[in-house]
Design a protein around this ligand. Structure first.
Ligand code: S3P
Length: 441
């Protein structure tokens, strides 16, 4: 990890206090760009997250011929038009499509490209090039898509789509919204009903958004279906705030004595707010209040305040998908709570931007906290009031969610810490530190 962008994170000067909004939801932003690129006509997007990951999706659809005229707004978001390729399909790009660190771009793109007779090499950075891709290529190959090398586990992979896609019924081995979305997007062009079943419920933004683009979509418990072939048409998307970004502010407030924060206009989609239920079960002073909806996505206010009485709890395996990106920051809250916290079946954490299970156990151990895994379960024995050892260097492994979590160690702790490769926060929340420090009164 390069030390040039290591960042010293100092304890906050006082409690967090006040009201804030967070940048647009990353999952919804990716989908708004990719779906608009597939559609006929010009879609209008508002509140799009401006981050490295979302820029990877923007550059990908531009290389494929979509016309993107999103502009930076005073609030830091992107807004404007995306003119899709519609029935003409994407053009053959001049070179490979580089997805940088963005798993969502790479995996959803495989579904986007599925029905078209062009050849596209998909590449990623060092971290993305280690992440599993066969989970996506396997069902798409059943639908008729070609990949080279055919059995590749990881990027780079070259895809050649198929104009005559077969609709399939697929039982997914894992709860993954990226896998589900890739299959559903291919299904938009297949003849008949494409159905995907999951072992537990993953985020459902795709099922909520596709009907707005004119695709007949049904969603039940652990099942989603699209009816193809359909021609997507343009629409308007308002992106609510990202609950995964709000989670850092809420968890900081819960851990920092005297704090009370409100985060407004955040997505309150229950497939994403599992961390709030977990905080509540740990005895934290947190609430949500719905204030509206953007399309079919509910949004509202998250409130969180310090609580001295946090206690451990058990998070069952079937709830993990609803908080999958928040396990690192929740594990830090668990370190502050009395007793044992158990996260069941968190094997997916090994396949994220880094091996987050290994990182959590390693870093909490450095903090003097007992943390270990047994099989696919994560255990943390909390120690309320623990003191952070002086001079710690905490390794973000270039993983944005770890960089923000380890920053909280310094921000709510008793002594500064150094976080390596801090700039990776640009992947999802570029102004994270400014927002956090701005809440100190
Ligand atoms: C995402 C789905 C999740 C999540 C990722 C974003 C999405 O990944 O971890 O940050 O936008 O669909 P999996 O589909 O691998 O669970």
């Amino acid at each position: 990890m390069s030390s040039e962008n290591s960042q010293v994170i100092r304890p906050l000067a006082g409690p967090l206090d006040g009201t804030i909004t967070v940048p647009g939801d990353k999952s919804i932003s990716h989908r708004a760009i990719l779906f608009s690129a597939m559609a006929e006509g010009t879609s209008r997007l508002l509140g799009v997250l401006d981050s490295a990951d979302v820029r990877a999706s923007i550059e990908a659809v531009q290389a494929l011929g979509a016309k993107v005229s999103l502009e930076k707004q005073p609030d830091g978001s992107l807004a404007g038009g995306v003119e899709g390729w519609g029935a003409d399909g994407p053009r053959q790009p001049d070179g490979p499509i580089y997805c940088a660190n963005s798993g969502t771009t790479a995996r959803l793109l495989m579904g986007v490209l599925a029905p078209w007779d062009i050849e596209v090499r998909i590449e990623g950075d060092e971290s993305l090039s280690k992440r599993p891709m066969r989970r996506i290529t396997a069902p798409l190959m059943k639908m008729g898509v070609n990949f080279e090398p055919a059995g590749a586990e990881t990027l780079p992979i070259t895809e050649r789509g198929c104009r005559d896609l077969k609709a399939i019924k697929y039982n997914s081995p894992m709860a993954s919204a990226q896998l589900k979305t890739a299959v559903l997007l291919a299904g938009v062009y297949a003849d008949g009903v494409t159905e995907i079943n999951e072992p537990s419920v993953s985020r459902n933004h795709t099922e909520l958004m596709l009907p707005e683009y004119g695709v007949e979509t049904t969603a039940g418990e652990r099942t989603a279906r699209v009816v193809g072939p359909a021609q997507m048409h343009s629409c308007e998307v308002q992106v609510p705030g990202d609950p995964s970004s709000a989670a850092y502010l809420a968890c900081a407030a819960v851990m920092k004595p005297g704090s009370a924060v409100q985060i407004e206009n955040v997505s309150l989609n229950t497939a994403r707010t599992g961390f709030m239920i977990t905080l509540e079960r740990m005895g934290a002073d947190v609430t949500t209040r719905r204030t509206g909806s953007a399309g079919k996505e509910p949004y509202g206010i998250i409130s969180a305040a310090y609580d001295a009485g946090l206690h451990g709890c058990e998070i069952p395996g079937h709830k993990i998908a609803s908080l999958v990106d928040e396990v690192p920051v929740l594990s830090l809250v668990a370190a502050h709570a009395r007793g044992l916290t158990v996260f069941r079946n968190v094997e997916e954490l090994r396949a994220k931007e880094s091996d987050r299970l290994d990182a959590i156990v390693n870093t909490l151990t450095k903090l003097g906290i007992d943390a270990w895994t047994e099989g696919d379960d994560l255990f943390i024995e909390g120690q309320p009031g623990f003191q952070v050892p002086k001079g710690l260097v905490l390794d973000s492994r270039g993983d944005h969610r770890l960089a923000m979590t380890w920053s909280l160690v310094g921000l709510v702790g008793n002594t500064p810490v150094t976080v390596t490769d801090f700039d990776c926060v640009n992947v999802s929340y570029p102004d994270f530190l400014r927002d956090m420090e701005g809440l100190v009164k």
